[in-house]
Design a protein around this ligand. Structure first.
Ligand code: ZN
Length: 567
């Protein structure tokens, strides 16, 4: 049937459908027959639509919106069948276009319709598509047709009505600059293969797709870091050289290693190094931060999930243990693991076997464990927060990584490495840091350790001009400044520092923390004095006059204290 103005009018009568719409003030529900409906702002829909496009892709947004439209078309076909069961096939079919218009989506004008179910053909002109106008409002004219949700509706309605898949294609669209939108519908089998694929409504759930991507990214990130960092450990200080020796000894065994040390000292970097020099280097290094996983997901993250274990587990998923099979599993912030998960972890470490959450099959895994923490595990054992048996199982080969302030000799090497890294990242050509910057770095307590140094250097690289050195004034804000420029020798030969700098130093929370830590550690004032003297001697290379200047005492005072120290 081909339509013209005369035969069209009678086919657009929608009184019966309009009568199905009820606004129930009391319950706040809008009804269309038995279906609950929404009056939704097109601009709100536009925001959702553009979020989908920007976060994923046109392709993904299209398939999701088509699915949404398909669902609506399907529901409306069911309604039409109940209302117009006694009427002609054409009247029944036309309820679809009429409902589409009534719902405010688009105005539909049929051009040609053949209702024979085997050779179905439907051609329609769409005017005032809300989707095209939202797309143009947010993105301007597109290259492709954009009325995705509307198209899904047409698919859903017609397929449900005929009981067989019927697919529409939008051959003209206002969204791509045409005068109006035009769609053509035919049985699915008469479209070519690519066009048939468009009607695949078995969309992978957004959540599982995201989860999968997240895992891939995290593995890639770690692999990338591993390849870089294993050659890049700075070991100019004795303490780090000793640690490298220890790691070399552990590398060829399967011994469980426990990395201890303050936050930011590089526990993960040393763990990656251990992995890279050992027999497992060609397998994966998987890192888990136990503190960042929500408590109720810890077990599924570590041990995996079997299909149907809980709502949303639409397929089986490997945990970190299985993904690390043959390689190394790095458990960071281990002390944050809850007691129930500790028990399961202990079992896996002891037996090398695990069961996925919701599963019954026993799976064998061969994984080297490196655990890390910045807390005092022994204290946690005493307070009952950490299982003693797990502690002893993990504490076979403990490695304590010293804080940066105790390995000052590594600072120049680390600075060089980070400048290189951030020059590359930001397209800069910073040469190094000034002597004054290095001097102030050496006086600073580095509560955030290497991570803090890395962040400060990144800021410095960004702020510094081409081929220049990073000035202390740019990045040493809040750091102690006892530089020679600000020192004056007073009449007694003692050094006076710039009072403002000193005040700035004393006002720092890290300084106060340092003092509080010293008090609570049980150190005596004499111990502290001795340690200060030792550090100053180290800094000045054993030069007594220099040491005295650093500590703002006289030479004889310094010698006297050194004698005391040697007793
Ligand atoms: Zn369109």
């Amino acid at each position: 049937m081909i339509f013209n103005d005369e035969n069209l009018e009678s086919l657009l009568l929608n009184k019966d459908l309009k009568a199905m719409i009820k606004f129930d003030n009391e319950t706040g529900i809008i009804w269309l027959g038995q279906q609950r409906m929404l009056l939704l702002h097109t601009s709100a829909f536009g925001v959702l639509r553009s979020e989908l496009i920007n976060s994923f892709s046109n392709k993904y947004a299209k398939s999701l919106l088509m699915k949404m439209g398909y669902e609506a078309g399907h529901a409306d076909a069911t309604l039409s069948k109940s209302i117009r069961s006694g009427e002609s096939a054409m009247d029944l079919f036309m309820s679809g276009p009429q409902l589409h218009s009534l719902e405010g989506m688009v105005s539909v004008k049929p051009v040609e319709i053949n209702l024979d179910s085997t050779s179905f053909y439907g051609e329609f002109i769409w005017e005032n598509s809300f989707e095209a106008s939202e797309h143009v409002r947010l993105y301007g004219i597109a290259k492709e047709s954009v009325c995705w949700q509307l198209l899904g509706y047409a698919d859903g309605f017609t397929s449900k009505l005929f009981g067989q898949p019927i697919h529409y294609k939008e051959v003209e669209c206002v969204g791509r600059g045409d005068k109006h939108c035009r769609i053509i519908g035919k049985p699915l089998a008469s479209w070519n293969q690519n066009e048939q694929k468009e009607m695949d409504y078995s969309l992978q759930s957004l959540a599982s797709k995201l989860k999968h991507l997240e895992e891939e990214v995290s593995d890639l990130r770690i692999e990338k870091q591993t390849s870089v960092s294993s050659q890049n450990i700075i070991a100019d200080s004795n303490s780090i050289r000793e640690i490298i020796n220890l790691l070399n000894k552990a590398a060829d065994t399967n011994v469980t290693v426990l990395m201890l040390g303050e936050t930011g000292v590089g526990k993960e970097v040393f763990s990656q190094y251990l992995h890279k020099i050992g027999a497992r280097k060609n397998n994966k290094f998987i890192a888990v931060n136990c503190a960042s996983i929500p408590k109720d997901l810890v077990e599924s993250e570590l041990f995996g999930v079997d299909k149907g274990a809980f709502t949303g587990a639409d397929k089986a998923r490997k945990g970190r243990f299985e993904r690390a099979n043959g390689g190394t599993l790095f458990l960071d912030e281990l002390a944050e693991l809850n007691v129930e998960s500790q028990a399961k972890l202990l079992r896996v470490i002891q037996t090398g076997e695990l069961e996925r959450v919701g599963g019954t099959e026993v799976i064998s895994v061969d994984v080297r464990i490196i655990a890390a923490t910045n807390s005092n595990l022994l204290e946690a054992v005493k307070s009952g927060d950490f299982r003693a048996d797990l502690y002893y199982r993990l504490n076979v080969f403990p490695i304590s990584i010293p804080p940066l302030r105790e390995r000052l000799a590594d600072i120049p090497g680390l600075v060089k490495k980070f400048i290189q890294k951030f020059n590359e990242k930001h397209g800069k050509s910073v040469t190094s840091i000034t002597d004054n910057t290095l001097h102030r770095f050496n006086l600073y307590s580095w509560p955030g350790n290497i991570r803090e140094l890395e962040n400060i250097i990144e800021r410095g690289v960004i702020l510094t001009d081409k081929n220049a050195k990073i000035e202390s004034t740019l990045i040493c804000i809040g750091m102690p400044n006892l530089s020679s420029q600000s020192q004056n020798i007073n009449t007694q030969g003692l050094i006076e520092n710039n009072d403002e700098d000193k005040q700035e130093f004393f006002d720092q929370p890290s300084y106060k923390n340092m003092c509080l830590q010293a008090i609570s550690s049980g150190l005596s004032l004499n111990d502290l004095e001795d340690d200060l003297l030792k550090l100053a001697l180290e800094q000045s290379g054993g030069n007594i006059e220099k040491t005295a200047r650093l500590l703002q005492i006289t030479g004889p005072q310094c010698r006297y204290r050194m004698k005391k120290l040697n007793k």
